[in-house]
Design a protein around this ligand. Structure first.
Ligand code: NAD
Length: 359
């Protein structure tokens, strides 16, 4: 039986398809923008400059200084530039870091965002922004930071290296999975979440085998879009809180931290929401809830993603510090947790041991 529910369907204009990013000039003109600030990372500067050339006089500047986790100093400098250049739109070309910087600008200046995502992180579908100050990452929600237009062009992800594609796709997978057992879950978002899990689990191994496989890229982009809607529509749980802390406090690479930790978070929650976990098991082809976390662990293995948090830079005291920070600021989870339980989860993830005995 369908339970009563309530959620906000977010107003975003979406274009999806190979080559769709070529529409960008017309879209910006139709919206009446005349002073567009192109935002990207130092690594994607060349792409940002090319995009600016394509847009000609519509662009006021290219700002290629986005970095992961949006440090406040970086955000403040970018806000200054947007004001100084009299920008009337932020055009974000890149992954979550770039879109995160555009969101920080929008939060302060009310500038609209147009996003062309090039990873699978999903930030473009959410009202969530993050800022990192003194090694603590805080997040908030504001409709001002939600992009007005999002263009998904799978062709742009072809240059994303296979290893980053794999972990970025598992970051998307984490959004979809936590949506399944969200406090405010609902049948529409759960349906999208299952479709996202299936799309991503099929596409990512293909991409790792052949990063130029445009059909697989399209399927992963589709899964990432759906997972982004999940992230933007319902609340997440302890897994996301742990990963924010790993990123904000230890500057760990966001997508890899998500991919590694996901196997343990799911295993921890395996019996907390039986309906959700059974649906997840079905989508992943696993019949026993005890093995759902292990299936993610094996998927990571097959995608050549590192298996241990210690291998991506978490120091030895990391598990205890993260467990303490997470416990200091309690967050929803379908299963209760305390410091000892989190420490156990994080210690296993630190070592990269299978979440359950692997027979
Ligand atoms: P990222 O944006 O940092 O990108 C990783 C690297 O890949 C960067 O060097 C980038 O320039 C490069 N890159 C991106 N696309 C490329 C492409 N197509 N070809 C070649 N190189 C490419 O990584 P991410 O995982 O997308 O984003 C992580 C950040 O996003 C974190 O700060 C995280 O907190 C945030 N995030 C926020 C939300 C939200 O809703 N607010 C959601 C997800 C992630």
């Amino acid at each position: 039986m369908i339970k009563d529910f309530h959620y906000f369907a977010l107003p975003i204009e979406v274009y999806f398809g190979v080559g769709e990013s070529n529409r960008i000039k017309t879209i910006l003109q139709e919206k009446g923008f005349t002073s567009v600030l192109v935002i990207t990372t130092p690594e994607q500067e060349e792409d940002g400059v090319k995009l600016a050339q394509q847009l000609g006089s519509l662009v006021c500047d290219v700002y290629p200084k986005a970095v992961m986790h949006v440090p406040v100093e970086v955000a403040n400098k970018a806000i200054e530039v947007a004001i100084e250049k009299k920008a009337d739109c932020c055009l974000a070309l890149g992954g979550g870091s770039t879109i995160g910087l555009a969101k920080a600008i929008a939060l302060k200046t009310d500038l609209p965002i147009v996003a062309i995502p090039t990873t699978y992180a999903g930030s473009e579908m959410t009202t969530v922004y993050g800022l990192t100050e003194n090694k603590i990452k805080t997040t908030g929600k504001d409709l001002k930071v939600l992009p007005k237009v999002v263009i998904y062009d799978p062709e742009l992800s072809l240059t994303l290296p296979a290893t980053i594609s794999a972990s970025s796709g598992m970051n998307a997978m984490a959004h979809a999975i936590e949506a399944l057992y969200a406090k405010d879950k609902n049948p529409i978002i759960s349906m999208l979440a299952i479709e996202a899990v299936k799309s991503l689990s099929q596409a990512l191994p293909q991409i790792v085998k052949n990063p130029d496989d445009l059909t697989a890229r399209k399927q992963a982009t589709y899964g990432a879009w759906l997972a982004g809607i999940c992230l933007g529509s319902v609340g997440m749980a302890i897994h996301h809180k742990i990963c924010h802390t790993l990123g904000g406090t230890f500057d760990l690479p966001h997508a890899q931290a998500h991919a590694i930790t996901l196997a343990y978070s799911i295993h921890y929650n395996r019996n907390a929401d039986i309906e959700a976990m059974d649906r997840l098991g079905d989508a992943l082809g696993v019949s026993n809830r005890e093995h759902v976390g292990l299936a993610i662990y094996h998927l990571n293995q097959s995608l050549n993603i590192p298996l241990a948090l210690k291998d991506i830079g978490l120091p030895e005291q990391g598990p205890s510090e993260v467990a303490r920070i997470v416990c200091d600021n309690p967050y929803y989870n379908p299963r209760d947790y305390d410091y000892e339980e989190l420490l156990d989860l994080l210690s296993k993830a630190y070592q990269g041991l299978p979440p359950v005995e692997d027979k």
